[in-house]
Design a protein around this ligand. Structure first.
Ligand SMILES: NC(=O)c1ccc[n+]([C@@H]2O[C@H](COP(=O)([O-])OP(=O)(O)OC[C@H]3O[C@@H](n4cnc5c(N)ncnc54)[C@H](OP(=O)(O)O)[C@@H]3O)[C@@H](O)[C@H]2O)c1
Length: 430
């Protein structure tokens, strides 16, 4: 068997330690599949004294992660520190400039700097692999870039953040409010102490930006992704959505439209019978629609030491085998200059939930506003009667425009019977 592939590992947290465990535990199987053994020989983290639950004996230690790029014995760099800037970015840039292949799980880095990093990788001929950056253990990068390479994709959608999916699932199953369930998720370790990145949709948007670039063969553009999180979702909306035959999920959706590519992350209502609606808890899923393949759905664990290490090591096996694919599936110069279209141009159906004072004429006032804006209704739901008090009223529209719905909200909120700002949730097809 050939010389082992020598790996320099930056970051010894959840993912880094997972990679070490996996490479050790499945060493024989991996060597067979890679055609040579794969072994970590150098590491870097902040705290040299910390007990990581496994031995680091015999490994070269670096206080500065960037210095791993200059280690002459390292064949490949694995970056699992995290963050779009700082040591992670410096290390990856330096390694690629030196022609050293890089494997990373860092979605923020790839989403924000992926275009420039791909240019560096192409210039030096070094591989830049990031299977672990999107949906953890689900091999979605390989599927989009290689398995579906012969297709023109029209749409991808996915549940890309396990924390949000867990929170929405528990809210639905137990009828509880967002804040309580977030606190429980934090206790269980499913949400960070500072959960903003997850619950405000940023993490999902990083992943969607990467998937959009791969699916449509264009440079990654994080700034073009419209982002909304799940803080405003209430137990009431989840229950009412259920009555209407829908579930609420935080989805990342990228779609080819006549005027360009739409990429958006937001809570969405999906028919309860749709396969993606049944992906619950911390699980992730991605659905891709191609012109020849039809619909493909992948589901699995989107985070955690084991699934993420599985993806990192798959990339290492490719590198050991000498399999190098262009970062975005085609040479940088061959990527399409497809324009992005903003959320204002979105067309679709909507769920609109109002809290209005229950008195004669209210519904007529609301429907008049919608009629004036050209919005037609598919159904309406009113629960309970409480004359003089606030009651929820739900309106489900046919396909209409985002602009019309935003105007409708402003006008309805200005009615003296409207008790709070209406809730608006986009409805997605199955
Ligand atoms: N956790 C997951 O399930 C998961 C899933 C998919 C992708 N990812 C991505 O994988 C990456 C790592 O995530 P993680 O969960 O493993 O993070 P983590 O547990 O916080 O570990 C980060 C590691 O980086 C080290 N580090 C931080 N700053 C450093 C610095 N300035 N110099 C040297 N080392 C530094 C830390 O060192 P110390 O240990 O000494 O503090 C730690 O070992 C992130 O990009 C994340 O988005 C994670």
């Amino acid at each position: 068997m050939s010389r082992p592939l020598s790996v320099a590992l930056a970051g010894l947290g959840t993912v880094g330690v997972g990679v070490l465990h996996l490479l050790r535990e499945n060493a024989d199987l991996i060597a067979g599949r890679a055609g040579r053994p794969i072994a970590v020989t150098a590491v870097s983290a902040r705290d040299r004294g910390r007990d990581r639950g496994l031995t680091l004996a015999g490994l070269r230690w670096y206080d500065e992660p960037e210095a791993l790029a200059d280690d002459p014995e390292a064949d490949v760099i694995v970056e699992v520190i995290g963050g779009a800037e700082g040591p992670a970015r410096a290390l990856v840039e330096r390694a690629l400039a030196a022609g050293k292949p890089v494997v990373t799980a860092n979605k923020a880095l790839i989403a924000v700097h992926g275009a420039a990093l791909a240019a560096r990788a192409e210039a030096s001929g070094a591989a830049l692999a990031f299977e672990a950056a999107v949906a953890g253990g689900i091999p979605v990068i390989k599927v989009l870039r290689e398995g579906l390479a012969a297709n023109r994709l029209s749409r991808i959608s996915g549940i890309l953040n396990g924390t949000c999916n867990f929170i929405l699932t528990v809210m639905r199953e137990r009828g509880r409010e967002f804040a309580e369930v977030l606190a429980e998720a934090q206790k269980l370790g499913y949400a960070e102490a500072d959960p903003a990145f997850d619950i405000d949709g940023i993490d999902a948007a990083h992943k969607l930006a990467i998937l959009t670039a791969l699916a449509f063969g264009r440079p990654v553009d994080f700034a073009a992704v419209h982002v909304e999180g799940i803080r405003a979702i209430s137990a009431l909306d989840i229950a009412l959505a259920g009555e209407l035959g829908y579930r609420i999920k935080l989805l990342g959706i990228a779609r080819r439209t006549a005027s360009g590519i739409e990429a958006r992350v937001h809570p969405a209502m999906v028919p309860a019978a749709a396969p993606i609606a049944r992906v619950d808890g911390v699980f992730n899923a991605v659905v891709a629609e191609g012109d020849f393949v039809g619909r493909v759905m992948l589901e699995g664990r989107g985070a955690g030491a084991g699934p993420t290490a599985s993806a990192v090591v798959a990339d290492l096996i490719d590198i050991a085998r000498g399999r190098v694919t262009p970062v975005w599936g085609a040479a940088n110069g061959a990527l399409a200059a497809l324009p992005s279209v903003g959320i204002e141009a979105h067309q679709g159906a909507y769920y609109l939930r109002l809290m209005v004072v229950d008195r004669p004429g209210v519904i007529a006032d609301v429907t008049a506003i919608l009629r004036d804006l050209g919005v037609s209704l598919e159904s309406m739901l009113q629960r309970g009667r409480a004359p003089g008090e606030a009651v929820p009223v739900v309106l489900v529209t046919h396909e209409t425009s985002e602009t019309a719905m935003r105007q409708a909200i402003t006008r309805i909120a200005a009615l003296d019977v409207a008790v709070e700002r209406p809730a608006l949730i986009r409805i997605e097809p199955a």
